[in-house]
Every structure is written in C-alpha cells, then in structure tokens.
Design a protein around this ligand. Structure first.
Ligand code: CUV
Ligand code: SF4
Length: 632
C-alpha cells in the first residue's frame, strides 16, 4: 500500500546517525511515510498547544488563551494562562509517572510470582541485590531463604502503589537524608504512587486546583514517586530477576540486521518479554527451525529501551533508537517486530504492510489495529515466546528480496554500567572517582537521557552535547534513546577516549571505561539518582552541591517530563533541548527555570542549541566546584 508522498524530507539533513538518510530515501522510493514526513504534514502545528494554552479539561471548552492578550484571557470557567499551563504540565507528569510505574508494577507482579514459586520460567538471579534492597527497606534477612525474603519484599513493594495513609513511600529509604529533609520542608513527600498520579487527575479536573504553584509542587511530588519508587523499583526488580548489568560488548546501528538471518526486533520497554524472546530465539530448536526455512539462523536486535535492557544484560545488538523503528522495517529485512508498550508508533503497522514484517503486540494494555496480538503471560512465558519466534521464522521466505536494503553501518559499544559495575570498575569504592572530581581531573558528571524528536536533527544534540562535555573533562552517563545515539556514534567504544579531555582520558584509560557510560533504559534513570545520592552522601553534601547536571536534548515523551521533573526535584540542574509547552505562562516558566531552585535545589534550563547548552552546563559545574572550594 504505497502512499503518495506529498512532502519530501531533506533526508541528508535530518539525522546525525549513519544509515538513516539512505533509509528515508528508500522509504520515499517505496512510497512509505515516516515520522519525518508526517511532521511536515502537520505544519504549522498549533501555537496554542505549543504554548500550553489550550484546555480541554471540561466540555464547556475547549478554551484557548490569547498569548498576546488581545483575545480571551480566561477560559469559560475563569481559568487563566497560569492555571491552564500548570494543569497541562501536571497531566504530562502524571502520564509519564504512570507509564514508568505501571511498567514497574508488571515487573513486581512477576517478581511476586517468582517469590511465591508460581512462575517456573523466571528466577531470582541477583540475590545479593535482593537482600540489600530488603534490608534497606527494613526487612530482616537473617535466617531466611531467598524466596522468603522475596515474598516479604514483594508485599512491601506492592504497597508502594496504593498503600493507605499518609506515610511516605518506603522506597524513599534509598534517597539521601538531606533530600528527604528538603522534600519534607516543601511538603512534597509522596505517599503512594497511584495516589499521587490519581491526585494529579483530580487536581486538574474542572474547578479544583487553580494555583500554579500548588499544581507544580504536586507535580514534583508525583515525579519523586516515579523516580525514587516506580522507576527505581523497575530497575531493582529487573536486576534481581535478570541480573545486574556488567560491562558488556555489543554492536549498535541498523547494520546489526543480517541479510541471511531471520531478523527479529524487540521494541518497547519491559525486559519480562524481551529477555524471553532473546532466550527462546537463541535456542538450538529455533536456530534449527530457521535453517529449515532457508535462513542461517535467528538474529535478535533491540530497539528503544527494551533493547537497552537486553543490550545491558545479554549483549544483544541494538538496531536503533525511537526514530529508527520505522526505518528498521523499511530495510525490508525484518521478519517480526515484537513490542510491549511505550514509544511504539502505531505507524509501524502501516509501514509493515508495505513489506512482509509482522508486528506482534503482546500486552493487554497495548493493542495496535492491524498488528497480530499474542498476549504474553509470565506463567506460559516460554511457550508464548516460542509461538512468537516461530511466526517470525515462518515469515522468512516472504522477505521481499528485491527490496531489501540494510545499511552497512554498525559500531562496537560497551554497555552495562550499573552503579554496581561502576563501583567495581573503581575498585569497590567511590574514593577514586571522588578524588578525581575533587582534584579537577574530572570536572563533573552529567546524565544525558531521553528520546528523539523529529522537530530537531535526529541524534545531533545527543552526541554534540556529549562530545562538548567529555572534551571539557566531564564524565557523561546516561540512559534511554540518548545512550543508543551515543553508542551509534562510537562514544561508548574505548576509542572514544580520544575525544575526551586529558583528565577524563586518563581516568577512562586507567579504569578501562569509555567516556560515555551506558546506564540503561529510561527507568534506569533511577541508577543516576542512586549514583548522585551516593556521591553526595560520601562527600557529606546534598545533590545540588555536586558538580553535576542533567540533560534531555531531544525529549518528546511525557515520561521524559516526569524524569526531568524528578531530576530537578532531586536537586539537579536539568537542561531541556526541546522547548516544553509552558511558554504561554511567564509565571510557570519562571517557577520552573528559577524559583523552584530555592525549593528543591534543581531547576530547568531550556536551550535548543546543543553547543550553547553544553557551555552553560559546564559553567554550572564550574560554579558548583567554586562553591565546594575545589580547583577549577
Ligand atoms: Ni524510554 S528515551 S523515546 S524509548 S521514552 Fe521512549 Fe525508552 Fe524516550 Fe526512547
Ligand atoms: Fe475551559 Fe475551564 Fe473547561 Fe478548561 S476547565 S475547558 S478552561 S471551562
């Protein structure tokens, strides 16, 4: 079903990643549209929406506020720009926190099933981490076997979502004491994850909270529930079930697809599915089956964050980040793209119809019309994974050989830098890192995270900011689509030390690490929180005192809004490379980029130009060093 391509994309200009342009050009030849094409068709995008000035929260509306003041300044109910912008932002935070935390809930359910001995296909892999989390949460581990500990832990974690009463979230035990004090003073201690998200929806209903300050403070509370409990839980439990990542070599970019293999892409976020698909696909039985269908075997590659999950733990190659999901199908060489949830463009079904690719959805909460739906279920994980992999293999003979084009680009990357792995590289203590920071060998640490957005040049800001920072002796860590961008650019290969400043280079060579560290998927931004918390505590300071910052150069998702907010709430200076929809209220913009710093120690900084952004981030780091009395 070729489509008429009304607007062509300047393919050579839209991405900084090798192989992308040739596939956009192929898409146009094949009559297939991509997100870039659809973005052009959406022009001009609604200015009210961009400014955050439209409200559809009740049916007296929709209402729009005139940003120039000559038209209406109030909605029908009387809500003004400040209220509407703040409410819209709060709903974004709620959706983002919900996505991360509901993902955590799914992992927690499997964890509970394993603890209770109900799930034969999953097991407790990292028992050390299980014990340490249990102890941190006040569960005694003495004289208990691992399943008993896991059962007690599962019960506590289940309570995180909806426990009654006003007691703080139990997972906040992982946060530095100084942070807790700050949050107490601000009145933003979260009580239960679902409750805070629910309260966001309540507060933003017609006629409830109209005060932008009060709305945004609840946004901070909700985001803390995400970062320090929901996402944190997803990370901890995934490590306990599948193993805590250790440095591992793998390849990145679309060139990891193989011409004469059955290519399967796992896309989405939850390792419960992707890990099983990888395991089953690599089994003797499936490799043999593939040979029967004329292929040399089965090749699994990751996409987006679930790709990060299997990259970090199993060394599965990663085919690309968010904006490359359609391109993978456009190669014509993908037999199946197997998805769970989050960041799956419904468009992949349309694109797949132009080739032979089967799109297989697996989650009861994420159906896509036109896809094959095979519901995944942890109790029958292996059987279902086999059924899915078999569909992919049987599809191999249908590959349109005359329309296959796999870009040749791929590059080696080292991933798997969990906090535990970083500590191990340091020799078991933070001391060497602290010393290097203190004496100025390394100037600071920046966490870069977040998505792709076709509004900006694909992966360009991701890699530019990273390069600008490592050049200035700033260690870069990160997650999500940023980490895939950095990997595809070679920034996670040992050779990348040549791009680092002399101090950082020395440290990386001594520790045998790249200057950009892959810390995992989006929920693993929680690992960055843990790292910052540990550094602050070791130094006897609070997170805002650290020479550290965060950045989401190409963000687009609501999840990224929640992440950005919990970074700020955790005391981090946080850069956004794409303007958030808040500029319709000067008051809200000022709260987020200035006033919030007095409350929680972090604030947002918006700058689309990656070089300028890196300079500012570096200057902030230098300011923090000055305050600590450290050499510049
Ligand atoms: Ni989370 S980082 S687009 S897939 S949320 Fe999805 Fe991972 Fe952004 Fe990337
Ligand atoms: Fe309009 Fe108020 Fe209803 Fe929003 S809540 S749509 S501003 S009347």
């Amino acid at each position: 079903m070729a489509e008429y391509i009304k607007y062509r994309v300047p393919a050579r200009g839209v991405s900084a990643t090798k192989g992308v342009a040739e596939l956009i050009e192929k898409a146009e030849e094949d009559g297939v549209k991509t997100a870039w094409h659809r973005l052009l068709e959406q022009q001009p995008q609604c200015a009210f929406g961009q400014l955050g000035l439209c409200c559809r929260n009740c049916n007296m509306g929709p209402c729009r506020i005139d940003p120039f003041g000559s038209g209406p300044t109030k909605g029908v109910c009387g809500a003004g720009a400040d209220t509407i912008v703040a409410r819209n932002l709060l709903r974004m935070i709620a959706a983002g926190a919900a996505a991360h935390s509901d993902h955590a809930r799914d992992v927690a359910e499997v964890f509970k099933g394993v603890a209770e001995g109900r799930l034969q296909y999953y097991r407790l892999t990292d028992v050390e981490k299980l014990k340490s989390l249990a102890e941190t949460l006040g569960i005694s581990t003495e004289n208990k076997d691992e399943h008993e500990i896991a059962r007690e832990l599962a019960e506590v974690l289940e309570g995180e979502f909806g426990k009654p009463g006003d007691e703080p979230l139990r997972m906040l035990a992982l946060a530095p004491k100084k942070r807790i004090k700050v949050w107490e003073k601000a009145g933003v201690i979260p009580r239960a994850i679902d409750r805070e998200i629910c309260e966001c929806m309540h507060r933003t209903h017609i006629g409830v909270d109209a005060d932008p300050v009060s709305l945004l403070l609840h946004g901070i509370r909700t985001s803390i529930a995400d970062g320090w409990s929901g996402s944190m839980m997803a990370t901890y439990l995934s490590d306990i079930l599948f193993g805590t990542p250790k440095p591992i070599k793998a390849e990145a970019n679309l060139g990891v697809l193989k011409e004469d293999y059955v290519n399967i892409i796992v896309h989405g976020h939850n390792p419960i599915l992707s890990t099983k698909i990888v395991e089953v696909a690599m089994s003797e039985e499936m490799q043999e089956l593939a040979k029967k269908y004329g292929a040399k075997g089965v090749n699994v590659a990751g996409m987006c964050c679930t790709g990060n999950e299997v990259l970090m733990r199993l060394g599965v190659p990663i085919a690309g980040n968010f904006l490359m999901q359609e391109l993978a199908v456009i190669t014509g060489a993908v037999e199946a793209i197997i998805v769970d949830y989050q960041c799956i463009m419904p468009a992949i079904v349309d694109v797949a119809q132009c080739y032979h690719t089967k799109v297989i959805t697996t989650e009861p909460k994420a159906h896509i019309p036109g896809a094959i739906h095979i519901e995944f279920n942890a109790e029958k994980a292996d059987e279902i994974a086999k059924e899915i992999v078999r569909i992919a293999i049987e599809n191999y003979p249908n590959r349109p050989r005359d329309r296959v084009h796999i870009p040749k680009h791929k590059i080696e990357a080292i991933a798997g830098f969990s906090v535990e792995a970083i500590l191990e590289a340091l020799g078991g203590t933070l001391e060497p890192l602290i010393n290097a920071l203190r004496d100025g060998t390394i100037k600071g640490i920046v966490g870069i995270v977040g998505c792709n957005n076709p509004k900006v040049r694909h992966n360009h800001s991701h890699v530019t900011i990273a390069k600008e920072l490592i050049k200035r002796d700033v260690l870069v860590v990160g997650t999500g689509c940023w980490s895939i961008a950095a990997a595809m650019d070679g920034l996670m290969s040992p050779k990348a030390v040549d791009l680092a400043g002399p101090g950082l280079k020395k440290v990386c060579e001594t520790l045998n690490i790249p200057p950009c560290l892959h810390m995992g998927s989006c929920v693993d931004c929680s690992r960055i929180l843990i790292a910052l918390g540990a550094l602050a505590e070791a130094l006897g300071v609070d997170i805002p005192d650290l020479p550290a910052a965060g950045s989401a150069p190409e963000w687009m998702s609501e999840k990224a809004v929640s992440i950005g907010t919990y970074f700020v709430a955790s005391g981090v200076f946080t850069h956004l490379g794409v303007v958030p929809p808040v500029m319709g209220s000067q008051k809200v913009a000022k709260i987020l980029t200035e006033d919030v710093e007095d409350i929680v120690g972090g604030k947002f900084y918006v700058e689309p130009d990656p070089v300028k952004a890196a300079e500012t981030i570096y200057n902030v780091i230098i300011e923090k060093r000055k305050k600590l009395g450290w050499p510049l």
